[in-house]
Structures are given as structure tokens and as C-alpha cells.
Design a protein around this ligand. Structure first.
Ligand code: G3P
Length: 218
């Protein structure tokens, strides 16, 4: 399973990339607004820090605009993945940009049928928004399960399921159990994956006993 981080904070991205466990990055207009920096500069820096796919979202909503913006973003670096919304124009843009050799992440997916359309349009990634469905009183992870089942029925569909809008570590575990190809999570959620109170307690006990031996390894 691939781990992407969902942020436009370049400092956070560099720190997580240093673990060697980060496979890519996703951004969105809200995250860029929070970073308060030039969008294309952020994407250029992130693409240099992380060799894997880096999602950069178009702001246009019409086909021509999405193509113009998508091509401009794709020119920044070869690992830019153009993010387009799940609309008819977004799907058309996905087909064209994919045919031009650009990776496309189709975002704002809230139904299995939308995911099927994105796969038919040749998307590299489909982003089901788990947390936002949970917020609306639905089971977001159920959507990931449905998409996995559908894609597995048709091996010619190569779109990767990128579980997005991840809010906590249990979402990560559930997405992995279902077989999502990628999970994109905020930095805090990725950092929290390592923690377990029994790990801390166990380490403390081992160290206390080790000190009693009076030995050194090096
Ligand atoms: O980047 C897309 C998605 O992960 C957004 O998550 O938490 O704003 O619903 P959230």
C-alpha cells in the first residue's frame, strides 16, 4: 500500500519524506490557501522533494480551462499528477491529459458509479472522500469497498484507488484491509500510525533492565 501525505506544507512533506516511507503527495485548493504561498512554487518544491506522484488540482471547471491549467501544471515536473473534479468536463479532461502522458487524479468521488466513470476515462487515481461521507452520516469506507469490488471485476481497469479525506488511523487500517492502493492522510495521521502505548511502555522497561546490566553494545 502506498502512503501519500495530504498537505501543501513543504516543510512537513520534507520531514515525512526523510522517513523513506512516503510515496507521494496530494494537495487541494483549500490546503494551498492554508499554505499562503505561490501554488506553482509549492508544487515545484514538492516534486523535487518527493519522486512519487504529486497531485496538483486545476481551478477551472470548463474543459478548455482544465486542459490549459492541467498542461501548465504538468510542465512543472514529470511527477505532477493533475487533479480534476468528477464532472463530465473533468472526465473529458482526464481522457485527454492521460492520452498526453500525464497522470490524472479524479477527485471529489462520492459514489461507485463515479469511480467507474473515472476508470473508464483512464484516470491514474480515483479519490473517494471517506471522511466527508462519514461527516454526512454515511459509511465512507463502504464506498472504498464497493470501488475495490468493481475494479477487481474488470482487470483491464488500471486506476488506483486513493482513499482520501482520511481523518484518523483507523481509516488507514480499514483502507488497507479493503485493499485501497493508496491512502492519503494529513501529516498528523501519518505520524500517529507509529504510536502504541504498549510500545512506549515496553521500551521503557527494556531500557531500565538494560541499564541494570551495566553493559554497552558499542
Ligand atoms: O485532498 C483531498 C481530501 O483528502 C480532503 O480531505 O479532510 O478536507 O475532507 P478533507
Amino acid at each position: 500500500m502506498k502512503f501519500f501525505v495530504d498537505t501543501a506544507d513543504v516543510g512537513e512533506i520534507r520531514e515525512l519524506a526523510a522517513t523513506g516511507l512516503l510515496d507521494g503527495v496530494t494537495t487541494n485548493p483549500s490546503l494551498v490557501a492554508k499554505a499562503k504561498r505561490d501554488f506553482k512554487e509549492i508544487i515545484a518544491e514538492v516534486c523535487e522533494a518527493v519522486p512519487g506522484p504529486v497531485s496538483a488540482e486545476v481551478a477551472a471547471t470548463d474543459l478548455d480551462g482544465m486542459l490549459r491549467e492541467g498542461r501548465a501544471l504538468a510542465r512543472i515536473a514529470k511527477n505532477v499528477t493533475v487533479k480534476v473534479p468528477l464532472t463530465w468536463d473533468g472526465l473529458k479532461a482526464c481522457r485527454t491529459l492521460t492520452a498526453e502522458g500525464t497522470m490524472v487524479n479524479v477527485t471529489l468521488c462520492f459514489s461507485a458509479n463515479q469511480a467507474l466513470l473515472a476508470a473508464k476515462a483512464g484516470a491514474s487515481f480515483i479519490s473517494p472522500f471517506v471522511g466527508r461521507l462519514d461527516d454526512a452520516g454515511q459509511d465512507g469506507m463502504e464506498l472504498v469497498r464497493e470501488i475495490r469490488a468493481i475494479y477487481d471485476n474488470y482487470p483491464d481497469l488500471t486506476t488506483e484507488i486513493l482513499a482520501a479525506s482520511i481523518r484518523h488511523v483507523t481509516h488507514v487500517k480499514q483502507a488497507a484491509m479493503i485493499g485501497a492502493d493508496v491512502v492519503t492522510a494529513p501529516p498528523a495521521v501519518l505520524r500517529a500510525l507509529v504510536h502504541h502505548p504498549l510500545t512506549d511502555k515496553g521500551l521503557e522497561l527494556f531500557l531500565a533492565d538494560w541499564h541494570k546490566t551495566g553493559q554497552r553494545i558499542v
